[in-house]
Every structure is written in C-alpha cells, then in structure tokens.
Design a protein. Sequence first.
Lengths: 251, 152
Amino acid sequence: MESGAVHTQQQEEEKQKQQKEEEEEEKRKQQKEEEEEEEEEHFHVLAVDDSFIDRKLLERLLKESSYQVTLVDSGDKALEYLGLLDSIDNVNATSSSQSPQQECIYGEIRPGLGTDIFTGMKVNLIMTDYCMPGMSGYDLLKRVKGSYWKDVPVVIMSSENIPSRIRMCLEEGAEEFLLKPLQLSDVEKLQTHLLKSPEKYSSIRIDDSSFNTESSSNITVSSKSNIASKRKALSPEIEERRPKLKGLAVV
Amino acid sequence: MDSVVLLQRQLVDYTAQLFNEGFLDDQFNQLQQLQDESNPDFVVEVVTLFFEDSERLLNELAKALEQQSIDYRKIDAHVHQLKGSSSSIGAQRVQKVCIAFRNYCEERNIEGCQKCLQQVKNEYSLVKTKLETLFKLEQQVLSAGGSIPWPM
C-alpha cells in the first residue's frame, strides 16, 4: 500500500511540474506575441546624428514617446540602412519611380545575398542632423526624396537658426526643421506629421518567412498607431521652438 | 530636523545656485525629466559623456592652436562640436564661450582664439566640479533614504 501511495505522489509531482512548464511556455509565447504586436504598432524612427551625446538624447526622447528607434552616425550609414548606398535603381522587383504603397512588395535587397531575398522593414520617420562631416543632412534629404522612400517624412535638426538653411530644407521636402537641443515637446509634436495621412505614410512590411509564398497574402500594413491617444494639441510655446519664416524676404 | 530633509534642502539650494549663476540652463531640466525608474542614471550617463567628449575636444584645440600654421576650419569644427554638446546638456557658460570662440575663428584672430581656449577650459573645469558636487549631493540624499526632489 505504501509504495502505491509514494508512486501516486511522484506522479502527482511530475504532473504539477509539467503543468507549470506548460504554463510558463504559454506565458512566454504570449509575451512574445505582445512584443511583436507592440513592434507592429509603434512607429519606427531612423535617427541620424554624428554626435554621440545627441544620439543618446534622441534615443531617450524618442523611446519616451514610444517610438522604436534606429540610430546611425552618418548619412552614409543611413543610406546603407535604407538600401540606397548603391544607385537608386538597385531595386529589382520595384522600379524606382513607384512609391511603396503602389507596389505590393518592396524591401531592401542586399547585393550579394541574391536578388530574391527581401528583408522588410518599415521606417515611419527619418530625423537627421543638418551639420555632419561627410554627407550633410540636406544631402541625405535629397537622396531620400529621390528614392522609393520619398514619402517618408524627413525632419532636419540643427543647432543653428539660419533662415536660408531652413527654407532650403523645407523646399527640398523636409517636413519640419527643429532647433537643437530637442525637447520632449518637439518630439511629441512629430506625431502630427505621422498621423496626417496614415495610408500615405504607412510602409509595407514583410515577414522574412514569407518571401517564398504569394506576396499579397503576407503583407502587414503598419499604418495603425496606438499613439493616437497621446496626440496633443499644439501649445503656444511650441510655436517658439519652430523658427519663424514670416517676415523673411523672398530671395 | 530630519537629516534627509536637510540634505534635500542642500541639494535644492545648490541646484538653484547653479541655475542662478548661469552654469546650467533649462536644458538640464529637460535631462532630469528624461530620468525615471527605467532610466535611473540617465543624467549622470549623459553628463559623463559630455565630460569625456569635452576633454578630448579641449586637447585637440590646444594642439591645433600650437601648430605652425593654424587650421581655423579644424578649430571651428571642434568648437562647433563643443558648443553642441554643452548646449545639449545645458552647460550654458561653456556654450557661450564657444560662440565667442567661433567668431574669433571666423576672423582668424589667433589671440582671440587662444584667449577663448583658456576661457572655455576654465568654464568647463568649473561646471565639471559643480556637476560632480551636485551628483554627490544626490547620492547623499538617496543613501539617507530620501528621494530626489525633481523637477525643481
């Protein structure tokens, strides 16, 4: 009788252990799903600045506002990230004149890995410092605007309030020109640029696993945002952070 | 009186003094606002980066001004960086000297540049000491079981 009771106890313990393991596995799966969902819902910002301190600040500011951030220290690195380092026409599946939302698939094709490998990624906003050694923020802006990323809003940052510089950038298609050092209020204000026309700024994202199957069935459009609720009205003080263009002579 | 409260009072007073004397400006407040439980050392981290970066730049500037033939563009580039980083952490007096420094660079005024280098070294040294004192006071408050009364 005794051995029978011990046997049952062991079985009981093992069952409990198994149950616990299954629960933890379930929890881990759930967590991963939540994380992936969060990644889907958060805007991704590509930030370009040669100053280490400013990158650290920018990272903190952006993460505080719930953005996903990728930081690079030069225009060249930014172009590399965007897959634009070679010629603009280095895209096999899409023609350079088509913007992302018109084509079902777009992504970065890494030369050397074969042209049928796509790594999808979304970029909802590019923020770049103006004054950088090598490629300036203005040059980067021009490159981006001439590529299939042209619909992604680009924000220029500068420590210098030079009206002609500002005008030049805005004319080239920059969404906004911000004076450094950036503050939380500046970053929060950026949301309005992203929410302006969701379809326009959405990017198409592909799971790596799906490139072999029909493209159309595996597209996730990351245009939704859970940041809508955080949207704040422009407060008067924010206006002062923007360089004023009124009163400038037309050159 | 409670030692924690005393220490906190000391911290508040010292910080206010730094702002009043122009060593720090509102950007420093911005940094403090970005510090929280998930980023508890943010201010110290950024300021430490500033110290390292500044020391490197000051060395480069000293070297550049010792050259036979002065490369003003290089000097200007360094000063521009120093101006940027001091501005990013709110080190107002350092930033102000940098502005003057850049003007002398533009004028290719060697004496003006040398004067400014000395000035910026002084201001940097001052703000470094003061920030280190500030951080020490914060540590004392925390060690005594108190919390940092930010933003002030």
